[in-house]
Design a protein around this ligand. Structure first.
Ligand SMILES: [Zn+2]
Length: 284
């Protein structure tokens, strides 16, 4: 059942997008499968942070498309916008924590697993008028501003990890003074020039966070869970990954999945035992 619900509504549009793996790192079937699993782990850690009034519109493999309907009452919006700004900064914090956790749980030596530090988060925010189109229980968003926020994923920003606001979004949100923005602009053939403000998280200067050492049982559970996720990665459903370059061919992926299926009866009991020792070493 489809229905279009009324006139365009003022809405804040957000895309959190993970990139960083190169063709070299995802060249074979195993590293491709592992890179997808690791990106999904990071995407899910951000989704767990999403709460009302923010809503997820769509998952796009390595990106999450979020929105927040702006209430007509100015006072109500002033309360909400502080929460949203804080939440956007939390996305970066939680991304770095999850990366650190994955790094510490790592037992695989493939290119995807050993280059976790290459992964970066960028968040694009725009504010505009959106038409909501209801498809079953899901919201489909439409309008020029939805196109703009997606188009801004391809931009001229040189920073690796950053928060990019359009001028319209900057007027709607409020950040602490410690978050400084550099003005810029992006030009697209069909959309013209869009003024932007970018905060660079300068991750080269900020090493991955050291997470608090969890209890042994938690470490064991987390390690085993990740190992099994990576092992069964060849069977995971294929999502649309915008930034996952690959030379891997379909027959190689099928062969890798077949080999995995064959070795599973041996791998699983061995992993259950070996994780006992890995969990001891973890978080030295
Ligand atoms: Zn791996």
């Amino acid at each position: 059942m489809n229905s279009i619900t009324g006139a365009p509504e003022p809405t804040l549009l957000i895309i959190a997008d993970i990139s960083g793996y190169t063709r070299y790192m995802t060249a074979n079937a195993k590293t491709l499968a592992h890179s997808q699993t690791l990106i999904i782990e990071l995407v899910e850690s951000i989704i767990h942070q999403v709460e009302a009034p923010l809503e997820v519109a769509k998952l796009e493999g390595d990106a999450i498309f979020l929105f927040c309907r702006q209430p007509p009452e100015a006072a109500r919006w002033r309360e909400i916008r502080t929460d949203i700004s804080r939440k956007l900064l939390e996305f970066f914090h939680c991304f770095r924590e999850k990366l650190a956790q994955l790094e510490r749980s790592r037992t695989c030596t493939c290119h995807a697993c050993t280059h976790l530090e290459k992964l970066r988060l960028k968040v694009i925010v725009h504010s505009g008028a959106v038409l909501f189109h209801r498809v079953l229980q899901f919201n489909e968003l439409a309008g020029t501003d939805v196109i703009i926020v997606h188009r801004l994923l391809k931009n001229s920003v040189k920073a690796a990890q950053y928060l990019l606001l359009t001028e319209a979004a900057r007027q709607e949100l409020e950040f602490p003074n410690t978050i400084t923005f550099k003005s810029g602009s992006e030009t697209y053939k069909d959309l013209g020039r869009i003024q932007t403000a970018v905060h660079d998280f300068n991750c080269a200067a900020e090493p991955m966070l050291a997470t608090v050492k969890p209890a042994y049982a938690t470490r064991y559970r987390e390690l085993l869970r990740l190992n099994l996720q990576l092992w069964f990665a060849p069977f995971a459903s294929r999502k649309k990954f915008q930034h996952l370059p690959t030379d891997s061919r379909r027959p190689a992926q099928v062969a890798f999945a077949a080999l995995t299926a064959l070795l599973t009866p041996i791998f699983v009991p061995v992993a259950v035992v070996l994780t006992i020792f890995h969990a001891l070493k973890w978080a030295k």
